[in-house]
Design a protein around this ligand. Structure first.
Ligand SMILES: C[S@@+](CC[C@H](N)C(=O)[O-])C[C@H]1O[C@@H](n2cnc3c(N)ncnc32)[C@H](O)[C@@H]1O
Length: 267
C-alpha cells in the first residue's frame, strides 16, 4: 500500500526549499518586518495577546511567528523537517519565543505530551492533506483547555470541484468524492519554475458537512461557520479580479463561496 503521508512529507520538504526563496512567501521582507496576518483571521479570532496557541500544519512558521508578534505564546506543528528547521531559524532571527515541533498531525498528541492550549489555529491549504478528519478533530479537542477556542480559515470545498478548462469554469470533480486523489505536479503553487524531486502528492476532498460534523462529533461547540465570496489567490485564472483590499473575487458576480471560516469552543 502507498505510504501517502511519507510521500506527502517528501513532497512538502521539496516545496519548502522552493518556498524559502520564493517571491510568493518573501521571507526576506517578512524578517524585515512585513508580518501581516490575514485580516479575516485577525478580525474573527480577535486578540491573542497573552494566550497560548497551537498552530497545526504551520508550514515554515510565517503565520505562527506573526501570531507570536501579536502576543500569543505559539507552538507550531508540521511534519516537514525542512519547514520546521526554517521556522526555528526565523524564530531566532526575529528574536521571538515561538516553539516548533516536527510531527505528523496524527502523532502530535504524543509529541505534545498532552499539553493544552487556549487556542488551536490552522489555515489555508491544510485539510486536503488529511485522510481522517475525525482523528484531526479529536486532536483539536484534546489539545484545547476548557473554554478554549478553535479557529480555521480554509478554502471552501465547493470551490475545489471547479476547474478552468479552455477558459471555461467547469465542474470537474464530484463534490462527494472522498477517495484519495494522486496528483503529479512538477512545480509548486508559488509560480517558481524549480522542479520538485518528489512530484506526486496524495490529497483528500472533504465536504463542509464532514468538516463541521468531525468538529462537533469530537465535542466542540460551533460558534460560527462563515462562507466568504473571496479567496487569497488567483484560483481560477481568467475568471477572477482583485478588489481594493487585494482579495480575489469571481469576475461576474459572487456566485460561489471560495473560503469558509469556523470558530468553535470547548465548553
Ligand atoms: C499549504 S501548507 C499550510 C500553509 C500555511 N497556511 C501557509 O501559507 O504558510 C500545508 C502544510 O501542511 C503540512 N502537512 C501536510 N500533511 C501533514 C500531516 N499529516 N501532518 C503534519 N503536517 C502536515 C505540510 O508540511 C505543509 O507545511
Amino acid at each position: 500500500m502507498t505510504n501517502y503521508r511519507h510521500m506527502n512529507r517528501l513532497n512538502w520538504n521539496d516545496r519548502t526549499r522552493i518556498h524559502a526563496k520564493s517571491k510568493f512567501y518573501d521571507v526576506e521582507a517578512f524578517v524585515s518586518g512585513d508580518t501581516k496576518l490575514s485580516e479575516l483571521d485577525q478580525a474573527e479570532l480577535g486578540s491573542v495577546a497573552g494566550r497560548t496557541m497551537l498552530h497545526l500544519q504551520c508550514h515554515f512558521g510565517k503565520d505562527s511567528l506573526a501570531w507570536a508578534q501579536a502576543g500569543a505564546k505559539v507552538t507550531g506543528v508540521d511534519f516537514s523537517e525542512e519547514a520546521i528547521t526554517l521556522a526555528r531559524s526565523l524564530n531566532e532571527q526575529m528574536g521571538l519565543d515561538a516553539r516548533f515541533i516536527c510531527s505528523d498531525i496524527y502523532e502530535a498528541h504524543e509529541a505534545l505530551q498532552g499539553e493544552q492550549f487556549d487556542i488551536v489555529y490552522t489555515s489555508y491549504g491544510v485539510l486536503c492533506w488529511l485522510s481522517d478528519l475525525n482523528l484531526w478533530a479529536k486532536l483539536i479537542f484534546s489539545s484545547l483547555k476548557e473554554g478554549g477556542t478553535f479557529y480555521i480559515a480554509e478554502f471552501h470545498p465547493i470551490a475545489f470541484i471547479y476547474e478552468v478548462v479552455d477558459n471555461l469554469l467547469l465542474v470537474s470533480t464530484p463534490y462527494f468524492d472522498r477517495e484519495v486523489q494522486a496528483y503529479d505536479a512538477s512545480t509548486t503553487y508559488t509560480g517558481d519554475d524549480d522542479v520538485l524531486e518528489h512530484s506526486t502528492s496524495y490529497q483528500w476532498q472533504h465536504t463542509l458537512g464532514d468538516i463541521v460534523s468531525a468538529l462537533t462529533g469530537a465535542g466542540l461547540t460551533l460558534e460560527f461557520l462563515h462562507e466568504h465570496s473571496y479567496t487569497v489567490y488567483n484560483m481560477f485564472p481568467g475568471h477572477m479580479q482583485q478588489d481594493e483590499q487585494g482579495r480575489w473575487r469571481l469576475q461576474d458576480n459572487n456566485y460561489l463561496p471560495l473560503l469558509f471560516s469556523i470558530k468553535a469552543t470547548k465548553t
